[in-house]
Design a protein around this ligand. Structure first.
Ligand SMILES: C[S@@+](CC[C@H](N)C(=O)[O-])C[C@H]1O[C@@H](n2cnc3c(N)ncnc32)[C@H](O)[C@@H]1O
Ligand SMILES: [Zn+2]
Length: 287
């Protein structure tokens, strides 16, 4: 994550006017929303009358009248985790993991990062000239991302408040799919992508994270984070949602604490490699 500066915060606000606000929709009824006064007047849905507040220039587009208590609880857990998360990931050596490079290579046009956290990948988007929007449901994470120079929206990944077919690339790095309900999430991604648009994400094999992850796979599910036991768990819902697999590969990296982590991380294509590696890299497209 780049250091926060008033210039970058200003740039996020400016780009939000150009890239984000013209695309936002009501998370309840899916109607288009008009932004009148940024950060001042709540955004009012002309179709259903619901209103949505701002967090600075970040629109808070989650259902306010009947909030899903489970969602609030999960977002609250991420709010609590946020300060420690940044301490851990702020270290330069960890900025770009090998598994994230193939995602960046496939990205083009208008990119939506789902679960953008503190904006760790924003410098990589900037250096590649990508137009990116960051989405997260944790207000604390998003406040840390404000200085990253990109527009932000507070929303749930399963109900993205953006128009149909408005996004060229959806990226979900750092195994964030482990916290998502695959099928409804992939259906939502398909709706967001333009025909030919690309989804890129990484996931972890459960065995890599030890016996607890393997046990937790069945009992805890996606609400607490669930890794992959069989590749079909990921790939079947992807196909059911109408997304076409273009590439699956595995990245064999040294453990996090190892000094070799950044240097030794070969990627091998194919399902067999993906089932054996620590990181599973999936690239799919909307036909
Ligand atoms: C593993 S972190 C990854 C952060 C960032 N992408 C990175 O690579 O550093 C997962 C992020 O996803 C967010 N998240 C988890 N579930 C979500 C959901 N249902 N909707 C929106 N964001 C979610 C969390 O708040 C957290 O910031
Ligand atoms: Zn509405």
């Amino acid at each position: 994550m780049m250091s926060s500066s008033p210039e970058l915060a200003g740039l996020s606000a400016e780009r939000a006017v150009q890239w984000l606000y013209p695309l936002i929709t009501c998370p309840a009824c899916r109607s288009d929303l008009d932004v009148e006064e940024v950060g001042v007047e709540p955004i009012r849905c002309p179709a259903c009358g619901r209103t949505y507040p701002w967090l600075d220039h970040i629109p808070v587009l989650v259902e306010q009248d009947t909030p899903d208590p489970r969602l609030l609880e999960l977002a609250e857990a991420w709010n609590r985790a946020a300060p420690g998360w940044r301490l851990n990931l702020g270290k330069p050596a960890k900025v770009l993991a090998a598994a994230e490079l193939p995602l960046l290579e496939t990205a083009s046009g208008l990119l939506l990062e789902i679960g953008c956290g503190d904006g760790r990948l924003f410098p990589a988007y900037e250096s590649r000239g990508l137009r990116a929007i960051g989405l997260d449901f944790s207000a604390v994470m998003l406040q840390m991302a404000v200085g990253g120079g990109f527009p932000l929206v507070l929303a749930d990944a399963h109900r993205v408040p953006l128009r149909d077919a408005c996004i060229d690339t959806v990226l979900v790095p750092f195994a964030t799919v482990r916290y998502l309900d695959y099928l409804p999430f992939f259906v939502e991604v398909r709706r967001l992508l333009r025909p030919g648009g690309v989804l890129g994400f990484t996931a972890w094999n459960a065995w890599y994270n030890g016996a607890r992850a393997v046990m937790g796979h069945r009992t805890e599910g996606w609400k607490k984070g669930r890794d992959v036991l069989r590749l079909s768990e990921l790939l079947r819902p992807l196909g059911v949602a109408g997304l076409e697999l273009t590439e699956v590969s595995g990245v064999f990296s040294a453990p996090r604490w190892s000094p070799l982590r950044q240097r030794w991380a070969p990627r091998m294509e194919g399902k067999a490699a993906a089932s054996l590696a620590r990181d599973i890299v999936v690239i799919a497209r909307r036909p």
